[in-house]
Design a protein. Structure first.
Length: 303
């Protein structure tokens, strides 16, 4: 499923934060740049929830089948299935660094993918696909075309035996080994990057007009080095200024981005992330319909 382009992406719940926005590893202890950390967290989250589904089905098959047990196992599987589905909207976090990770991958630890990270998402896709095909066959065909279609998880308990049998047909990867491969891969990718020196720092990061520097998908900095991963809607707004001009009013932003609450988003960019972007964002005077001035530039590639 992750290899196919979907017509629509799932809309993540506003009350749930994607693992790609975490500032620390979802699993283990590792220090990574923000974009590689997002990809690593996406992969390890997928592995963890897919493993939970597989192990739960194995425990169910080995235990009794009382109504209470079935309901409990069904809830565990449903929660993990919803977790995997919720992260589909953020798979671009891996796409942005996919080439780097593929080049850094251990030839013996691809697990059938171009990288361990790609294999992790493929593993979760296949597990979810097996569950969905049994639990909600009518929606399954729609899911293949529109990822915004959600599984009816209420059907999982009544079809638990069939789900367990379906998952038992496949030999799944060693999840601990897959997580270890993802970590090693991400660390190698990070170590291959050129060290951030003053000669590679964008010239306006320390002098001249305050600027927001665009590094990669949803990754920005105020100094050309220390990246923050912004939200999807914040990224859309910053990209509007990057690819158009530094001065945009609400009508122009609406034309480019759609019907966002731009005052709220821009106020958030000024206040969040330690307020590092505040100096680069100028708001209209209170009550005035004027222009927002946001200076966004791409980080130049190091020689």
């Amino acid at each position: 499923m992750s290899s196919n382009q979907a017509d629509e992406q799932p809309i993540a719940s506003s009350s749930r934060q994607s693992v790609t926005r975490l500032k620390s590893p979802f699993v283990g202890e590792v220090s990574l740049p923000a974009d590689l950390l997002s990809a690593f967290n996406l992969a390890t989250h997928a592995i963890s929830n897919a493993r939970q589904i597989v192990l739960t089905c194995q425990m169910f098959a080995a235990a009794g089948d009382s109504e209470e047990e079935v309901a409990g196992y069904g809830r565990l599987i449903a929660e993990s299935a919803k977790e995997i589905w919720a992260e589909y909207a953020y798979h671009t976090s891996l796409a942005n660094v996919a080439q780097e990770l593929a080049e850094a991958a251990d030839p013996g630890s691809h697990f059938g993918g171009t990288s361990a990270h790609e294999a992790a998402l493929s593993y979760a896709d296949r597990v979810l696909d097996a569950v969905w095909w049994v639990a909600d066959p009518l929606q399954h065909s729609q899911f293949r075309r529109h990822r915004a279609v959600q599984m009816d998880v209420s059907r999982i308990p009544v079809r638990l035996w069939s789900i367990a049998k379906q998952l038992a047909k496949t030999s799944w990867p060693d999840c601990d080994a897959l997580i270890a491969a993802c970590q090693a891969e991400a660390c190698r990718a990070a170590s291959r990057r050129s060290p951030k020196t003053d000669s590679h720092r964008p010239p306006s990061a320390s002098i001249g007009e305050p600027t927001i520097w665009f590094h990669a998908t949803r990754c920005y900095s105020a100094d050309g080095v220390n990246m923050r991963t912004v939200t999807v809607e914040e990224d859309d707004v910053l990209q509007a200024f990057l690819w158009n001009k530094p001065e945009l009013g609400i009508p122009e932003l609406t034309k480019v981005c759609g019907g966002y609450d731009f005052p709220r988003i821009i106020d958030g960019l000024r206040a969040k992330y330690g307020a590092v972007f505040a100096k680069s964002i100028q708001k209209p005077s209170p009550g005035a319909p004027g222009m927002y001035v946001v200076r966004v530039k791409k980080v130049p590639k190091a020689n």
